[in-house]
Design a protein around this ligand. Structure first.
Ligand code: C5P
Length: 215
């Protein structure tokens, strides 16, 4: 299978040197890319900045912002059999970033106006519904929830027309090990007890293979 995997936290620039981002390390997406490669698949890894070394054998597409990640996903989506959106995509971006470095002189108290970013995963789910060429793709999303984990994640899966959702709590951010809950469209919740992201990645990839075979 050809996998398209996103990873890392996007950077939304306020001015040429400052940005808003989040605490994502990129480990989940990189572990998924490694697991898919080990299972013999082809991997394109679209990565926001991380401190990680890209897995050997993956085609790396480096991006910074949500807008750049969206453009890269659009470019590579048609060829993939499975999209896994493991990236922590910023939900908001500065509405009018400054072209020059914002100065503190002059007693200014700047306010930051934000606008929503495009929801990449929602776009992918919709593509599959409107275009027969994309029908057989497997689309997987992540949900980071601090309450009502299963209910919120299931709603996301329905709303965005996904085949599988991986739910976790804020404790998973920037961690090497985490507790994951996986919900494939055709089965009940599977809880993966506290384990290294490498181990849980293997399980996620196996589930995508199973869903792909069943189509
Ligand atoms: O709706 P929420 O942001 O919680 O959904 C999380 C999922 O959606 C993740 O898989 C994330 O990668 C993806 N996402 C996206 N584009 C955004 C925001 C989130 O693809 N702008």
């Amino acid at each position: 299978m050809r996998f398209l995997i996103t990873a890392g936290g996007t950077r939304e620039y306020i001015d040429p040197v400052r940005f808003i981002s989040n605490a994502s390390s990129g480990r989940m997406g990189y572990a998924l890319a490694t697991a898919a490669l080990k299972a013999g698949h082809e991997v394109t890894l679209i990565s926001a900045p991380t401190a990680l070394k890209p897995p050997a054998g993956a085609t790396l597409v480096a991006v910074e912002s949500a807008a750049e990640m969206f453009a890269a996903v659009k470019q590579h989506f048609a060829r993939c059999h499975c999209l896994i959106m493991a990236a922590a995509v910023a939900d908001f971006t500065p509405a009018s970033p400054s072209k020059t470095k914002i100065k503190k002189e002059g007693g200014l108290k700047p306010t930051l106006r934000l606008k929503p970013t495009p929801d990449i995963l929602r776009w992918a789910g919709r593509q599959r519904r409107v275009c027969t060429a994309h029908h057989s793709k497997i689309i997987v999303g992540f949900a980071l929830e601090d309450r009502d984990l299963h209910a919120n994640a299931e709603r996301k899966m329905r709303d965005k027309h996904l085949d599988m959702i991986v739910a976790n709590t804020p404790a998973a951010i920037n961690a090497t090990a985490s507790i994951l809950h996986i919900k494939p469209i055709d089965s009940d919740w599977i809880k993966i007890n506290e384990s290294h992201k490498t181990a849980s990645s293997r399980r996620i990839i196996r589930e995508t293979e199973r869903l792909f075979r069943q189509q």
